[in-house]
Design a protein around this ligand. Structure first.
Ligand SMILES: [Zn+2]
Length: 292
């Protein structure tokens, strides 16, 4: 990793000092945090290795396949892809040490995490999940494609069964191995948000509500513009609304467009309450952990 500039170190020092004075810390974690830990949906090398069939069919990275509608591919292909993708994210890619470093830095503080990531890295790193809200749900939740009864169940076992039943010439799951709803027999789906989602969201709301008259520090790690309504915009609103809130936006700039610091940028309305730090999430977290 490149050396941090003096300006960046000054800002990280300011972040560290603000954390020392804060009553509460709210972390917002985006795809940039997992990318910084090595898990990137734009990683062509990993894609070629773990999705050789899809690579052969002309795709180059996982992000090209995010958000596909069911009518864009066969049900067999959809499940072959999901099972391979989730197996890569959940089982092949290891639990990243960077998350454990963040957890150790938070120890002894009053904190909460909201994340847009579905990859379960917080869970795997040992974060107490009653302090983590996975806003967009996660890959371990399987449900009924017809939502017959609102139940969800763990996807691990059905996906392992799919993995064992992929025809690698067509890259399709054999019809008899497609995951089905145990309650009605219809096809299952990865539903992301489990049946306890509302209760999980309420814990996040309660944490923010309990911060109204407190010194609240908000830190974003790797939150970009793919889903700004999940963390980026709410964090700006919370910072504006709470008198003693401070926001630090840790993100890399537009690396391809030098001079445009679009990702760490903060709105001028938050002047004096917010600042952007143009560096990688790993650089910032490691700096904080090494300079307690
Ligand atoms: Zn069902």
């Amino acid at each position: 990793m490149p050396e941090l500039s003096n300006a960046t170190i000054d800002l990280l020092t300011k972040l560290r000092e603000t954390a020392a004075r804060a009553d509460k810390i709210l972390i917002g974690a985006g795809a940039g945090l997992s990318a910084s830990a090595g898990l990137s949906y734009f990683d062509e090398k990993a894609f070629k290795k773990y999705f050789p069939e899809m690579y052969r069919f002309g795709y180059h990275c996982e992000y090209e396949l995010v958000g596909r509608r069911d009518d864009e591919w066969s049900v067999g292909r959809k499940w072959a892809y999901w099972a391979t993708h989730i197996n890569y994210v959940r089982n092949i890619f290891p639990s990243a040490p960077l998350y454990k470093t963040l957890l150790s830095w938070l120890e002894g503080r009053d904190w909460f995490v909201v994340t847009s990531n579905a990859d379960r890295q917080f869970y795997r790193a040992g974060f107490p999940m009653e302090r983590v809200f996975e806003f967009q749900g996660h890959y371990d939740n399987m449900g009924c494609s017809k939502n017959c009864c609102g139940k969800t169940w763990n996807s691990l076992e059905p996906l392992t069964h799919v993995l064992e039943n992929i025809d690698h010439d067509t890259f399709e799951c054999r019809p008899e191995a497609l995951p089905r709803c145990p309650y009605c027999g219809e096809l299952a789906d990865i539903v992301f948000r489990g049946e306890n989602y509302r209760a999980e969201r309420q814990r996040y709301i309660d944490f923010v509500d309990s911060s109204e008259d407190k010194k609240l520090l908000l830190i974003e790690f790797g939150v970009g513009f793919n889903t700004p309504g999940v963390i980026r915009w709410p964090f700006e609103r919370i910072t504006a609304a709470i008198p003693n809130a401070r926001l630090f936006r840790v993100n890399r700039g537009y690396l391809d467009y030098p001079g445009h610091e679009g990702y760490p940028e903060v709105p001028p309305e938050l002047a004096g309450k917010a600042c952007g730090i143009a560096c990688d999430a790993a650089e910032a977290i490691n700096y904080l952990a090494e300079n307690m």
